[in-house]
Design a protein around this ligand. Structure first.
Ligand SMILES: Nc1ncnc2c1ncn2[C@@H]1O[C@H](COP(=O)(O)OP(=O)(O)OP(=O)(O)O)[C@@H](O)[C@H]1O
Ligand SMILES: C[C@@](O)(CCOP(=O)(O)OP(=O)(O)O)CC(=O)O
Length: 388
């Protein structure tokens, strides 16, 4: 039997202007445009291999070594769109094998915890869609492909690009203009770094999908956010990226994280993702910026208590100096030259709240990174079509 395979890696992205709210649930169409930074795959990545063969009897997915259902509405929608595009390719060249009619085997591995508030669904769906697009030799642009990933998980559309990415909400009812676009490539502003404080927490109680539904249906503040706040912020944040204006970028990022969590709390019943440790991290970063006399670090939080702190490489010594003082005991510092770290002299020692230390389980130190990458590494046995 002939087994055809393709593999790709894909990154995580962390929004600096948050997607929160859908205007169409089944198509994953958002109520506002959003912006994100794609993170390096050296630290967080999904590797996905796909295979097709006329002898396969059903679509199958193995995630981190375990068979998973492929029957969710979202995955079904992605596979349907990809097969439709492949059908068009086959119609143009009738000599091609009829992959569009054959079943798929998908094998995927995340090199970081799945479903733990680290955006695995974004990396996972972008990898899945990109790998199949590669297998099917689809000619569509990355923005076109991003519309399919969007149906898997909204934020996944942004993981199809590296660097700085916007998801334009679009206005069409069929979602044909709701897609990811590059704001600036990684090379434009390569000095952006990110420290992820993985906050010890139980599994989050409100998944993003249902959380946003509650917010859209019940929060008055949300209407203000999508009508009066985000549209201007979207334009301003793109400008700060193009101008490499970190202070302004950081301010907008922090304000948007706060705005997102405010509309969550304004939902009825309220949704609370931040915990005491998250709030202490917020205070810490504001104290650091005040002590530095300029904004050198920005916090942002998704639908959970983990903090992502963006900063520029040139300020690494003092940003990580502070984080190391408080969280030096947790895993994740292996790559760092501790000799280079320093606590800012102006940082008020009475604000060093060592109580915060126990709330953090580990730190992930990473940076802005590229989009999905082709790889020769294949998780599927080319003879059997099954996971290696
Ligand atoms: N590599 C992958 N391939 C296919 N699907 C994946 C992959 N990784 C994750 N997923 C899907 O995403 C789901 C996890 O999404 P979920 O939103 O619960 O967590 P998360 O994205 O890690 O966290 P958060 O959305 O809070 O940042 C998994 O149950 C699985 O369905
Ligand atoms: C807070 C967020 O991380 C929400 C992400 O939501 P998802 O993309 O996970 O939601 P679905 O479209 O329902 O799958 C903000 C963001 O990434 O922009």
């Amino acid at each position: 039997m002939s087994v055809y395979t393709a593999s790709t890696t894909a990154p995580v992205n962390i929004a600096t202007l948050k997607y929160w709210g859908k205007r169409d649930k089944s198509l994953n169409l958002p109520t506002n445009s959003s912006i994100s930074v794609t993170l390096s795959q050296d630290d967080l990545r999904t590797l996905t291999s796909v295979a097709t063969s006329s002898s396969f009897t059903e679509d199958q997915l193995w995630l981190n070594g375990t068979p998973e259902s492929l029957t969710s509405e979202r995955t079904v929608a992605c596979l349907k769109d990809l097969r439709a595009l492949r059908t068009a390719v086959e119609a143009r060249d009738t000599s091609l094998p009829k992959f569009s009619e054959w079943k798929l085997h998908i094998v995927s591995e995340n090199n970081f915890p799945t479903a733990a508030g680290l955006a695995s669904s974004a990396a996972g769906f972008s990898a899945l869609v990109k790998a199949i697009a590669k297998l099917y030799e689809l000619p569509e642009s990355m923005s076109e492909i991003s519309k399919i990933a969007r149906k898997g998980s909204g934020s996944a559309c942004r993981s199809l690009f590296g660097g700085y990415v916007a998801w334009e909400m679009g206005s069409e009812v069929d979602g044909s203009d709701s897609k990811a676009v590059e704001v600036a490539p990684l090379e434009h502003w390569p000095s952006m770094k990110a420290a992820i404080l993985v906050v010890s927490a139980d599994k989050k109680d409100t998944p993003s999908t249902s959380g946003m539904q509650t917010t859209v249906a019940t929060s008055d503040l949300f209407q203000h956010r999508i009508k009066n706040v985000v549209p201007t912020r979207f334009i301003e944040m793109k400008e700060t990226i193009l101008n490499k204006d970190f202070a302004k970028f950081a301010e907008l990022t922090m304000k948007d994280s706060n705005s997102f969590h405010a509309v969550c709390l304004d939902s009825y019943p309220p949704i609370k993702y931040l915990n005491d440790t998250s709030m202490k991290v917020i205070k810490l970063i504001h104290t650091l910026n005040a002590a530095a006399g300029e904004t050198i670090a920005a916090y942002t939080f998704d639908a959970g208590p983990n903090a992502v702190i963006y900063y520029l490489e040139e300020n690494e010594a003092v940003v990580l100096g502070l984080l190391h003082e408080l969280f030096g005991g947790v895993a994740g510092w292996e790559k760092v030259d501790k000799e280079q770290l320093t606590l800012l002299k102006a940082f008020p020692k009475e604000h060093l709240d060592y109580d915060i230390t126990k709330g953090v389980a580990k730190i992930i130190l990473t940076r802005v990174g590229p989009g999905p990458q082709d790889t020769e590494q294949c998780l599927i046995n080319k003879e059997t079509g099954l996971p290696n």
